[in-house]
Write a protein that binds this ligand. Structure first.
Ligand SMILES: C[S@@+](CC[C@H](N)C(=O)[O-])C[C@H]1O[C@@H](n2cnc3c(N)ncnc32)[C@H](O)[C@@H]1O
Length: 204
């Protein structure tokens, strides 16, 4: 029987344990999340598309995993998508989808890899929160955008239980670092009755 991971993913903490879990999950990730109706990538892609005029401008799919988020971005029309992820076996499967301009394996202990202003938009789809990247990644990604750059991200119900995550968005808006273009609560993984919030921010 194939091992399932959605039952344990949201309790995993720390970079090493997170990487280890996704290394084991990679092979069955697409089928497990698809069977549960994984809806957030399409919602994020459509929300970003709604505020984008130039579909050829480069988009960074941070925490691209096996490429389901890149696929959703590509399906709404984005033409130039780069991916970064912590987990090699997830990235290998993203490469097989053949839709990324470049793919990079990241090391959270090393210097942050995204040079400021290289991307007109950054996506962190199902990436920041419980069982994935820590809240500090929000500031790193927002900091990598030039003025006018767009940031689409999602927080699932497990992540929303910890007020520190949404608090980071509120703090950035209150500090004048970003403005909120849209926010929508909707389906994430209907098969396990989980929802998510999708936000689009614009860097000030
Ligand atoms: C739930 S998956 C989402 C993958 C993809 N965005 C999607 O929508 O299917 C979370 C991904 O974030 C990656 N990840 C977790 N922490 C990370 C970090 N600190 N930096 C980069 N990637 C990270 C994991 O390796 C995993 O591939």
């Amino acid at each position: 029987m194939t091992e399932t991971f959605l039952d344990k993913a949201y309790d995993t903490t720390g970079v090493d344990a997170t990487r280890e879990m996704y290394e084991k999950w990679a092979e069955s990730y697409d089928s497990e999340v698809s069977e549960n109706g994984y809806a957030t990538p399409k919602r994020c892609a459509e929300a970003l598309r709604a505020v984008t005029s130039d579909l050829t401008a480069p988009v960074l799919d941070f925490g691209c995993g096996t490429g389901l988020s890149g696929l959703a971005l590509s399906l709404v029309g984005f033409k130039t998508i780069d991916g970064i992820d912590l987990t090699k076996s997830m990235l290998d499967l993203a490469a097989e989808k053949g839709l990324y301009r470049s793919l990079l394996l990241s090391d959270p202990d090393a210097e942050f890899l995204v040079p400021k202003g290289d991307y007109s938009a950054i996506a962190a789809i199902g990436v920041i929160g419980a069982g994935a990247a820590p809240v500090e990644v929000f500031d790193l990604l927002l900091g990598a955008l030039a003025s006018g750059g767009k940031f689409v991200l999602s927080f699932n119900d497990s992540t929303l239980k910890n007020p520190a995550f949404e608090g980071r968005i509120t703090a950035a808006i209150e500090a004048g670092v970003a403005s909120l273009l849209s926010e929508e609560y909707g389906d994430h993984l209907p098969g396990i009755n989980m929802k998510s919030k999708v936000y689009v921010l614009e860097k000030t």
